[in-house]
Design a protein around this ligand. Structure first.
Ligand code: HEC
Length: 452
């Protein structure tokens, strides 16, 4: 301890650290430290984790179509802690989307984007867009089938923007095809442009925070009786507490908890690579990351002339509204109880997003569990390792046909005959004749028929 003190004293004499420390740690928090103020710092923590894990991944990663996939495979199989670090980076990205979402939700509910904090909100929206940019650019880097075809879809959507769509697509893709130039472009964005921009905007976000001060609770009271709460919103009570020590402690505990969750996911739910990207295999149907699922589902409901509505018109309106929210919402009240319209709109939006996400998850993963034989059939499928050759919704091999929708194309009789003897139904088939008991065969057929 005394050594640390001595070193600090030595540095302090030269660098005059004490005033800086005081400035950083004595920031008053109106209403006092609280567990509800942790989402911003949790997001910042996750960004730092992404920066660190990403830097280590970059040591081995090679951003070319010939080597990207193999370099990830090398990280997964041969690098010490490679799979763990990649798991941290993968789940850290998901956690970051959750954290920034909760942070924005909280700011929205507490009306903390209202004057004088408009600029802070707008910088926050830029940081949110950067987070999505990280997610989109990072998804291509493993250069597997999922990466390739999901990115293809994303780029095609940009192409639907009128007039400038074609130019935008060429800029993003770096040419006529999704290829080597696209990959190095996405890599540069993901590891240089976006991180630099993010650091800059985080600094700006925190600078503004320190200039205007934290918003604090919309009620502006902790100690007085509940009856006074409604009255006190405008008469700011001077009850506050410095950032250090209690809020620092709370933020640190939450950061530790967040790391633990991400680490457990990284160990427990490894993130497999699909097959290496094959630009000629147009049959591949990619499933986006969970945070884009609601959007993916929404796209299924629009066709023909309405397609631009979903691919760019509504997203543009959404981002514009989000960006200029502090100027669109002129209601000066911060208490949610006195902002029925804002709360209603926010609620409808969340119900829509989570509803679409639920429908999407149901369509992708659900097997009618009332039907026992379908469930047994799925077990047979995994026991006999059919996924070595077949793919269902993005996972499995590509030796045989994609079975995601086989129930639509084939009937019971065909499937039974095919399982009994593939070569008799499809001459020359390399699908092995599997040792299935009659009941296993029926279960498997039921499972196949459920895939539509
Ligand atoms: C060695 C690779 C291999 C394995 C293992 C394999 N298949 Fe196949 N499968 C194929 C090939 C190749 C075809 C395409 C030729 C054919 O239809 O026989 C195919 C075709 C199919 C079809 C017909 C698809 C269609 O609509 O044409 C079904 C259904 C099927 N397999 C199910 C299964 C199931 C269930 C298992 C596990 C018990 C399995 N396969 C194991 C290679 C394999």
């Amino acid at each position: 301890m005394t050594i640390i003190r001595a070193v600090y004293h030595w540095l302090d004499q030269r660098l005059k650290l004490t005033p800086i420390g005081e400035m950083l740690l004595n920031e008053p928090i109106p209403g006092g430290a609280s567990w509800v103020y942790v989402f911003g710092s949790a997001t910042l923590f996750l960004f730092c984790l992404q920066f660190l894990t990403g830097s280590f991944l970059a040591i081995y990663y090679a951003p070319t179509p010939d080597h990207a996939y193999d370099s990830i495979q090398f990280i997964m199989t041969s690098v010490t802690f490679g799979a763990f670090v990649r798991g941290l980076h993968h789940w850290g990205a998901s956690a970051m989307v959750v954290a920034i979402g909760l942070h924005m939700l909280q700011v929205y509910l507490a009306g903390a984007y209202k004057p004088p904090r408009e600029m802070m909100w707008m910088v926050g929206v830029v940081l949110f867009l950067l987070t999505l940019g990280f997610a989109f650019s990072g998804y291509l880097l493993p250069w597997d089938q999922k990466a390739y075809w999901a990115t293809q879809i994303g780029i095609n959507m940009v192409g639907t923007v009128p007039w400038i769509g074609g130019v935008l697509v060429r800029i993003i893709r770096g040419g006529d095809n999704l290829g080597a130039l696209t990959l190095s472009r996405f890599f540069a964005l993901h590891v240089l442009f976006f991180p630099l921009m993010t650091f800059g905007f985080i600094a700006l976000h925190l600078f503004i925070l320190r200039r205007v001060g934290p918003a604090g609770s919309f009620e502006e009271k902790r100690t007085a009786g509940a009856g006074a709460a409604v009255q006190t919103e405008r008469r700011r009570r001077p009850v506050s507490e410095p950032f250090y020590p209690r809020q620092v402690f709370i933020d640190a505990v939450v950061a530790g908890g967040v790391f633990l969750i991400v680490a457990v996911l990284a160990v427990g739910l490894p993130f497999p690579l699909a097959d290496k990207a094959d630009p000629s295999d147009t049959s591949f149907k990619p499933i986006p990351e969970w945070y884009f699922l609601f959007y993916y589902q929404g796209l299924k409901y629009v066709h023909g002339v309405f397609e631009p509505l979903a691919t760019w018109i509504l997203p543009m309106i959404f981002y514009a509204l989000l960006m200029f929210l502090p100027f669109v919402d002129r209601n000066p009240a911060r208490n949610p109880a006195r902002r029925p319209r804002a709360i209603l709109i926010g609620g409808v939006f969340l119900i829509l997003v989570f509803g679409l996400m639920a429908v999407s998850l149901k369509e992708i993963y659900s097997v009618p569990t009332t039907n026992r034989s379908v469930v047994r059939g799925r077990e047979v499928y995994s026991k006999l390792q059919c996924s070595g050759c077949h793919r269902i919704h993005g996972s499995g091999g590509a030796v045989g046909p994609d079975l995601s929708y086989v129930g639509k194309d084939r009937d019971r009789d065909w499937l039974n005959r095919h399982f009994d003897n593939p070569q008799a139904v499809v001459p020359g088939s390399i699908m092995p004749r599997l040792p299935l008991s009659p009941s296993e065969r029926d279960d498997l057929t039921d499972y196949m028929l459920s895939l539509k």
